[in-house]
Ligand binder design. Structure first.
Ligand SMILES: NC(=O)c1ccc[n+]([C@@H]2O[C@H](COP(=O)([O-])OP(=O)(O)OC[C@H]3O[C@@H](n4cnc5c(N)ncnc54)[C@H](OP(=O)(O)O)[C@@H]3O)[C@@H](O)[C@H]2O)c1
Length: 276
């Protein structure tokens, strides 16, 4: 059996993809820029390479027919060209898409070019465009650990936060099963969660109350300055003006996995040690 190449293998979703492929009995080759720091499970073949240098992907692609690709940087058409030359037959693609925005929106243009390159790569492709990751709330962990406080804007903002194992589950089905080619899945969680409720559930998981201190948009801009690029901060703040902008619950996790999506309450208990 030839290996399946997982890019972004050290990331939030990538680690779950690697684990689920191993559990399903597949050989996994993992791409990372930093093989020495990858901390991947025993049995995974770790290979160095970067999207910023598409030719560096060639060794990782040797003998591979199925690839999980994360769009995180680089020139989409050049990357797709390397995949085509390597003879990749099936691609899952984890990326971002906000269908409410046009192709020439600065937040979307790079992604749309990437998407089209994948669609023209000659491989069977499946896009996976998730909702907001539950794991993004790990940004709150230092504040919870230090002073049992979360400082964030928009306490009544509602988001169908999605568990990384559900995103990975959809990716793994699309890699292993027929019938997912040409689909663009949008995994979300099973229910919208208010920011302040997410904080409460983290408190319940760690066994002590965690206070939610609501920041004004101006305070949030300052708070996020060193964490995200300015245009991403403005995007977050713009989304915050529409409280249910991310609240939509997609049917995709339930349809692809045959079970409801995993809840935030469960995610918080699984990650309690990181907040405790
Ligand atoms: N976070 C969300 O809420 C959210 C929502 C919807 C969609 N998404 C999408 O999900 C994807 C993952 O996002 P994330 O921020 O959560 O990622 P992440 O978990 O932080 O992981 C990023 C991964 O990309 C790899 N990587 C980064 N630069 C690379 C490069 N130049 N060459 C090769 N590999 C590289 C990293 O590997 P090494 O460091 O080991 O090289 C790491 O494994 C993105 O496409 C994002 O747009 C995220």
């Amino acid at each position: 059996m030839e290996p399946i190449l997982v890019t972004g293998a050290t990331g939030t979703v990538g680690r779950a993809v690697v684990r689920q492929l191993l559990e399903a009995g597949h050989e996994v080759r993992a791409l990372t820029r930093y093989p020495d720091q990858a901390r991947l499970p025993a049995g995974v073949e770790v290979v160095g390479g970067s999207f910023l240098e598409p030719s560096s992907l060639v060794p990782a692609l040797r003998g591979v027919r199925r690839v999980h690709l994360v769009s995180i940087g680089g020139d989409g058409p050049a990357i797709a060209d390397v995949l085509r030359r390597a003879g990749v037959e099936r691609l899952t693609h984890l990326g971002h898409n906000d269908p409410s925005r046009p192709d020439d929106d600065p937040l979307e243009t790079w992604h749309r070019v990437f998407h089209r390159a994948i669609e023209a790569s000659g491989a069977e492709w499946t896009h996976v465009f998730p909702g907001e990751f539950m794991a993004n709330t790990l940004e709150w962990a230092p504040g919870v650990r230090a002073e049992s406080v979360v400082r964030a804007p928009f306490g009544d903002w509602s988001s169908a936060l999605v568990h990384e194992d559900d995103i990975a589950g959809v990716v793994v089905r699309a890699l292993l099963e027929d019938g997912h080619a040409g689909r663009a899945y949008q995994p979300t969680g099973p229910e919208p969660v208010l920011r302040r409720d997410a904080v409460r559930m983290i408190g319940e998981a760690v066994g002590r109350p965690v206070e939610f201190v609501e920041l004004t948009p101006a305070q949030a801009r300052e708070h996020w300055r060193d964490l995200y690029p300015p245009q991403v901060v403005e995007w977050f703040l713009e989304m915050g003006t529409t409280p249910d902008a991310n609240a939509w619950v997609s049917p995709d996790v339930a349809e692809v996995l045959g079970r409801p999506g995993l809840t935030f309450d469960r995610w918080a208990r699984e990650h309690a040690a990181e907040f405790a």
